[in-house]
Design a protein around this ligand. Structure first.
Ligand code: R5P
Length: 262
């Protein structure tokens, strides 16, 4: 069957489809969160079901855990797996050095822990995620609920010293109530004017009491697989400098497209 995907879903799907080629039998794989990562989980599930691929998956959110189980991937905790061969995840922004902003879907904390505990991190993205400088996408910062308004004020005061803060810092909402992460925390979205020094910004943010983690992923990602709406994928490996392009055909079994609610 030829799937009738929109160009954006085609881009996400081909990136995911190409990225799962890095997964080998017996691997322990970190499973990212978000709409692009959901394609990867479906692709991996298909390989498990149809080709007998034997892997264990460590999900980075309750959403991903649920989807992974549904598509037939054996799910274990990070503490059971201890160290992972590979993590595949999406991103909100990717810069030329493959530094990232993540957390648009609220899963940055588990994502950063899982990616850091992996030999390699592969990011899957559509072309719109590439930027020259990080920071147009609001930077998510996970904070504990206790005293969050004080933490917000401290974040604003600290960033004004770095001259990176734009017009506002907002508490992420779920309807009228604060959005609550899988770890029971809140998220502040930082609207920045620029991030001149992402490493410094990340370190400074994580020094503030009440801040649990921020969405800057510096020197964590090894490979970016970028999908395009016409089926092209571009692979960028920061360690080898390799850049290659190929084209994938979007002709898939019904199973993988049967469940598109994620
Ligand atoms: O918290 C969510 C994650 O960092 C996502 O990987 C990121 O927001 C990208 O999501 P999507 O693939 O839906 O654009």
């Amino acid at each position: 069957m030829s799937a009738n995907l929109s160009p954006i879903d085609t881009a996400k799907f081909v990136a995911a489809r190409r990225a799962v080629e890095y997964v080998e039998d017996g691997m322990k794989v970190g499973l990212g969160t978000g709409s692009t990562a959901a394609w990867m989980v479906r692709c991996l599930g298909e390989l498990v079901r149809e080709e007998g691929l034997r892997i264990v998956g460590v999900p980075t959110s309750s959403r991903t855990a649920e989807l992974a189980r549904r598509v037939g991937i054996k799910v274990v905790s990070l503490d059971e797996a201890k160290w992972l061969d590979l993590t595949i995840d999406g991103a909100d922004e990717v810069d030329p050095a493959l530094n990232l902003i993540k957390g648009g879907g609220g899963a940055l904390l588990q994502e950063k822990i899982v990616a850091t505990a992996s030999d390699r991190m592969i990011v899957i993205a559509d072309a719109s995620k590439h930027v020259e400088t990080l920071g147009a996408f609001p930077l998510p910062v996970e904070v504990i609920p206790f005293g969050w308004q004080t933490t917000k004020a401290l974040v604003e005061e600290t960033l004004s010293g770095l001259d990176v803060l734009g017009h506002s810092t907002t508490l992420r909402l779920n309807g009228e109530a604060p959005y609550v992460t899988d770890e029971g925390n809140f998220i502040l979205d930082l609207h920045l004017k620029r991030i001149g020094n992402a490493r410094q910004t990340s370190l400074v943010l994580n020094q503030i009491p009440g801040v649990v983690e921020n969405g800057l992923f510096i020197d964590i990602c090894d490979i970016v697989v970028t999908g395009h709406g016409d089926g092209r994928v571009v692979i960028n490996d920061i360690n080898t400098g390799l850049r290659e392009e190929e084209r994938l055909e979007v002709v898939e079994s019904e199973n993988i497209f049967a469940d598109l609610d994620d």
